[in-house]
Design a protein around this ligand. Structure first.
Ligand SMILES: CC(C)(COP(=O)(O)OP(=O)(O)OC[C@H]1O[C@@H](n2cnc3c(N)ncnc32)[C@H](O)[C@@H]1OP(=O)(O)O)[C@@H](O)C(=O)NCCC(=O)NCCS
Length: 149
């Protein structure tokens, strides 16, 4: 089951940090963002995500994480499908920015996102330490988009 969480969003910080390892960056969107959690029947959290409204019907997936031992079971895609359906009444496009990583780009493409553009040096300019994923340093942010209607 996927539900929206309105209070005490920081409770999910451990999972949010999997997708965005600097807490000060999470603080920039957690309060204004809408947080969703995917839980099983025992209320065990499998995945979380945060979506913000960037204006004029453009929504952005700011954070998405599936618990490490629960990955590749379809929960991430279930979450993306849910939020795209949820926000289509209010907007036209969902976008996501991610590092140029073989762990995330194929996932978003599998969820129907298409590469749009890149923000040069995003991970150098906005993070206080180098970020590595799959053995590679992340430098540019790759922005992907998906039409909601
Ligand atoms: C990226 C992430 C959210 C994907 O969640 P998930 O629940 O494991 O993904 P799903 O099981 O729904 O995957 C759906 C499809 O995406 C693709 N995919 C997912 N992870 C992939 C990977 N590591 N490499 C290649 N393709 C991948 C596959 O096509 C997969 O379908 P399949 O398993 O039938 O082949 C998860 O790996 C994660 O939490 N990573 C750490 C945090 C993070 O990096 N978040 C993204 C920040 S932008």
């Amino acid at each position: 089951m996927i539900r929206q969480v309105f209070e005490n969003k920081e409770v999910y910080m451990d999972l949010l940090l999997l997708a965005d390892e600097q807490e000060s960056m999470i603080a920039r969107y957690l309060k204004r963002g809408e947080l969703f959690v995917l839980e099983d029947i025992q209320v065990d959290v499998k995945a979380v995500c945060v979506v913000t409204h960037e204006g004029n019907g453009l929504f952005e997936l700011k954070n998405l994480a599936t618990k490490p031992n629960e990955q590749r079971k379809g929960y991430g895609k279930q979450m993306v499908d849910f939020v795209c359906e949820h926000f289509k009444k209010r907007g036209h496009t969902m976008q996501v920015g991610t590092g140029d990583s073989p762990l995330t780009i194929p996932f978003y493409e599998a969820c129907g996102f298409i590469k749009s553009h890149q923000i040069d040096n995003f991970f150098i300019d906005h993070y206080d330490h180098p970020i590595f994923e799959a053995g590679q340093q992340l430098v540019h942010m790759i922005v992907l988009t998906k039409k909601l209607n």
